[in-house]
Design a protein around this ligand. Structure first.
Ligand code: C2O
Ligand code: CU
Length: 519
């Protein structure tokens, strides 16, 4: 099928002026509700649950400095919580995992949209909560709640625009030359319905690749530049993405211009290499199809996410999407300037001399995913750090679970990735090319591919991780990463966690408390 060029841009219901800030406030309403989608033409449609009954949810396009209020109504069967991932929201609007909206209720979320242009995203964040009776919900960790809600459709793009970005001349026109590619990966039952992930405890790799909600779509493009905003919205799958001509495995060059926190200082060219993107990361790329008029290109994915990951692969998980380039030349007024954003807000001060303020180990113990030995369900101990408001801190994030990887997300802030080192003592990694047969429409056996020894892949910080700020960083096999952030603008208790949604649901989540200046 063709890729839906965009999920419908969201229209505000009304606009008023904030009497305190003088900014416009746009008011939106979104309803979380079930809907049916036909995936396999000859099988049953699958029942999904999405924002406004579509998945991905509608795209918000908001000018920087315009405040938004989003009323989210829960017309689904499970409790939900909405997190606007990448927004410096006040704690009460940040989608705290236990701040759930029960079926039949709504919550109004307020967002300041103060940051520079970027693509952030909204998704469910509800902690494991089960219904004992139609009106009684109990918080427990037995089930994956965020994973289930995300997997069944609760995720969408939220784009902040600003005049500085608009003036650069990048390929523009949302849904025309500026297109989101929202990646996910799923398993289906034999009857064509989506398989629940509620009882998973390790990872959901998925054998059917989706882009913008469609399995392995294609898109017809003109021979000119396009901007693609890639978001990894999978439950667990990581990617090592590259472009090729159809039927050829030679990696073609492309440019990366932005990531989680928006435009880089300058474009980063990837040639003969891959782009690693773990769960919840965003990378925006420019592909110039002018060189490929009349040809077909493929966006592809390396096995085990290029060996940095431990992802289990299936027959077709090396393919993501096809692009058919028209042969008739078209005008291309777009450019990619050598300088994109000279005002990336790197944390102030000198990072070289700053000692590590907090060390967090991401590990597994007794079947639970933990941070420094603590589970999110351990209410008395789960605030793992106090950070005075306005300070800059360096956090050391250590993957202490050999054989697994963790994409780590810190709420509220954007961070700079300072360094990464790799240590895999005698670790068995997943590097062979034996693919597992397609698992969908099959019984639910968990089949992992055989693992073999591999040499250490000491990749350091990738150039596209340091050319801008991030809010997720991938701890690949054996990796420890240092990140530095300015803890602003608000005080409050915020979450940080592994964004593999199964790990997150099974307790690899904790809190930090940004303590107010005058307390
Ligand atoms: Cu994208 Cu705490 O999440
Ligand atoms: Cu994890």
């Amino acid at each position: 099928s063709t890729v839906p060029a965009e999920s419908h841009p969201m229209r505000p219901y009304s606009a008023v002026t904030n009497p305190v800030t003088g900014n416009d406030i746009l008011y939106y309403e979104v309803e979380i509700r079930p809907f049916d989608q036909q995936i396999y033409p000859d099988l049953k449609p699958t029942r999904l649950v999405g924002y406004d009954g579509i998945s991905p949810g509608p795209t918000f396009i908001v000018p920087r400095g315009t405040e938004t209020i989003v009323r989210v109504m829960n017309s689904a069967e499970l409790p939900t919580a909405v997190h606007l991932h990448g927004s410096p929201s006040r704690a009460s609007f940040d989608g705290w995992a236990e701040d759930v909206t029960l079926p039949g209720q709504y919550k109004d979320y307020y967002y300041p949209n103060t940051e520079a242009a970027r693509m952030i995203w909204y998704h469910d964040h509800a902690a494991g909560i089960v219904s004992l009776a139609p009106t009684i919900f109990l918080s427990i960790n037995a089930q994956t709640q965020t994973a289930e809600n995300g997997y069944f459709g609760q995720a969408g793009a939220y784009i902040i625009t600003d005049p500085a970005e608009d003036s650069l001349g990048l390929p523009s026109g949302y849904g025309v030359y500026d297109i989101p590619l929202i990646l996910s990966s799923k398993y289906y039952n034999q009857d064509g319905t989506l398989r629940s992930v509620r009882n998973e405890r390790l990872s959901v790799w998925g054998d059917i690749i989706h882009v913008n909600g469609q399995p392995w779509p294609y898109m017809d493009v003109e021979p000119r530049r396009y901007r693609f905003r890639i978001l990894n919205a999978a439950v667990s799958r990581d990617w090592a993405l590259y472009w090729t001509r159809l039927g050829d495995d030679k990696k073609l060059p492309f440019q990366v211009i932005a990531s989680d926190a928006g435009l880089f200082t300058h474009p980063v060219t990837i040639s003969d290499d891959v782009l690693y993107i773990s769960v919840a990361e965003r990378y925006e790329i420019i592909v110039d199809f002018a060189h490929y008029a009349g040809q077909s290109l493929e966006l592809r994915n390396l096995d085990h996410a290029g060996g940095i990951g431990v992802d289990v692969d299936f027959v077709e998980t090396g393919k993501v999407m096809r692009f058919n380039v028209a042969s008739k030349r078209t005008d291309d007024p777009s450019t990619v300037p050598a300088k994109l954003n000279e005002h990336v807000r790197f944390p102030p001060g000198s990072s070289e001399t700053r000692p590590v303020d907090h060390h967090f180990r991401f590990h597994m113990s007794r079947d639970e995913w933990l941070i420094n030995g603590v589970a999110f369900s351990d209410v008395a101990h789960r605030v793992l750090a106090k950070v005075p408001q306005g300070t800059v801190e360096v956090w050391e994030l250590e993957n202490a679970s050999p054989g697994w990887t963790h994409p780590i997300h810190v709420h509220l802030v954007d961070f700079r990735v300072l360094s990464r080192y790799t240590n895999i003592p005698g670790n068995k990694a997943n590097t062979n090319n034996d693919k597992v047969e397609t698992q969908s429409n099959d019984d639910h056996r968990s089949r992992t591919s055989p693992r073999s020894e591999t040499s250490t892949n000491n990749r350091g910080v990738m150039p596209y991780e340091s050319a801008g700020l991030k809010d997720v960083v991938w701890l690949g096999r054996g990796e420890t990463v240092l990140v530095e952030a300015h803890y602003r603008p608000w005080s409050g208790v915020y979450l940080f966690h592994c964004h593999n949604l199964v790990h997150e649901d099974h307790s690899m989540m904790a809190a930090f408390n940004v303590t107010a200046l005058r307390d």
